[in-house]
Design a protein around this ligand. Structure first.
Ligand code: NAD
Length: 449
């Protein structure tokens, strides 16, 4: 099938490269010329495992990029909208989706033959069949249904493992306004056998995406509320508590002879310094705002957000408990990306942590194995270390924010350097006994110093 994808970010580019790998002819569209040029030169503009190989194989044959949206729509059978849907003033900002839909509508005006438009961006329920349909119909002068197909196909990939997730989906949700759109989407995903398909309407597809993300965010904030209580009670370590919770038969199944299998949701039932990224914070915010706009109180999701907003402060509290005056103190923050294996900095908890440490007068260094932004407002007076060793060699306080595997080297590295900084573990991934001075979220030990 001939596919065009408007928006070539994490979702659009991974979708395009993977669909090309499954035999489709794909053209990726972006306003950002640098991304277009990079892709056409076979270079991945983002850090994603497996993406460079896909570009190397398919750019120039089944995959190309352009900034000519109208040309891309004219040359394809189906167009995905995969532009950003940030939060602005506490609600979803649909301006990029609406602009893309209007431009696609214009392009459809002069195009003969059936074409389907499919929203892949995460949009609040009612968007595809509401503002997107209106923009497409106004731009094209045609009617959704009889004249063109309209669908919603949410994306569940996780950054850092996006290619593997797209290639081996756990489910494929196909929301269409009619049978013809469903049939086209089913044909497009023919190469992805094995994953359950959920054929539904666009609103339900939209809600499935939000409900999925809200569950993950709720699990994280639940764990962090328990962690904060563990710290207050004292003598209780949330890591042990959660290990006990994970062993429940609801989360870990044991079949005779086989190894125990813990459900993947358990990885969200762990204490830490909070969720970030381009999805969970904005999606929970957007869903809560939609409920409130419809006259519904959304107390659970509002609490999920409030608990999350408190976690960077909790991490800094563990620092100032030991070093009450941070003026001039060298503090190193480990991890800038919002999660490991990605270079995505959006809404990373590292930034509220850095802002608080800066306000307290700390002399800041940061280190991330992959994310090395050239400019960032929260990094203007932060020294970016070239290596983990460079980051911690002169530090009096080390604060771990991102769960990068490389940070497991910290105990051995500090031993070799003969350094004993205060180590504050925001992800509870380090062995407390290996450090002279250790603090971690959800573990307040009397006299720990
Ligand atoms: P992104 O910000 O990385 O990329 C969006 C791209 O769209 C940008 O390159 C931008 O230049 C381009 N763009 C904007 N308007 C355009 C237009 N009119 N024409 C052409 N290009 C245009 O975004 P992303 O992280 O890929 O997310 C896209 C959508 O997918 C969002 O709704 C997001 O919530 C959702 N989503 C993201 C993830 C994720 O892990 N990043 C996972 C699932 C769903």
């Amino acid at each position: 099938m001939k596919v065009s994808i408007v928006g070539t970010g994490y979702v659009g580019l991974v979708t395009g490269a993977c669909l090309a790998d499954r035999g489709h002819d794909v053209v990726c569209v972006d306003l950002d010329r640098r991304k277009v040029d990079a892709i056409n030169a076979g270079r991945a503009p983002i850090h994603e495992l497996g993406l460079p190989d896909l570009l190397e194989h398919h750019v120039g044959t089944r995959l190309r990029a352009t900034s000519d949206l109208a040309g891309a729509v004219a040359a394809s059978d189906v167009t995905f909208i995969a532009v950003g849907t940030p939060a602005a003033e506490g609600r979803i900002d649909l301006q990029y989706v609406e602009k893309a839909a209007a431009a696609i509508g214009e392009a459809l005006r002069g195009k003969d033959g059936y074409h389907a438009v499919v929203v892949k961006s995460t949009v609040i329920p009612g968007t595809t069949d509401g503002p997107v349909r209106r923009a497409l119909e106004a731009g094209s002068g045609k009617l959704a249904g009889p004249d063109f197909g309209l669908g919603m196909n949410p994306e569940f990939l996780t950054e850092g493992q996006a290619v593997a997730d797209f290639m081996n989906p756990d489910r494929i949700v196909l929301g269409g306004i009619d049978g013809r759109t469903h049939a086209l989407l089913e044909a497009l995903y023919e190469g992805f056998e094995g994953a359950p398909r959920i054929l539904t309407n666009p609103r339900t597809a939209e809600m499935i995406k939000y409900a999925s993300n809200a569950l993950l965010a709720t699990s994280i904030s639940f764990s962090n509320e328990i962690a904060r209580l563990c710290a207050k009670v004292g003598g209780v370590d949330v890591v042990d508590v959660m290990r006990g919770v994970h062993e429940s038969a609801y989360l870990t199944s044991r079949s005779a002879g086989g190894p125990p299998r813990t459900a993947a949701i358990a990885s969200f039932l762990q204490a830490g310094c909070g969720f970030g990224g381009s999805c969970l914070p904005k999606d929970v915010t957007a869903l809560a705002a939609q409920g409130e706009d419809l006259g519904l109180a959304m107390p659970l999701l509002r609490s999920v957000l409030a608990i999350n907003a408190a976690m960077p402060e909790e991490l800094v509290r563990l620092v100032t408990k030991h070093v009450p005056d941070l003026a001039g103190v060298p503090v190193s923050v480990l991890g800038l990306a919002f999660k490991p294996d990605t270079d995505d900095l959006r809404e990373s908890p590292a930034f509220p942590v850095l802002r608080r440490l800066r306000a307290a007068g700390a002399r800041l260094t940061a280190y991330d194995p992959i994310a090395r932004p050239e400019t960032h407002p929260d990094l203007r007076d932060v020294r970016l270390a070239a290596s983990l060793e460079d980051a911690v060699a002169g530090a009096e306080v080390v604060v771990l924010v991102t769960r990068w595997a490389e940070f497991q080297e910290l105990p051995a590295l500090l031993e070799r350097l003969g350094r004993t900084p205060l180590v504050v573990d925001g992800r509870r991934v380090l062995p407390p006994g290996r450090f002279a001075r250790y603090e971690g979220i959800g573990r307040e030990t009397e006299g720990s110093a």
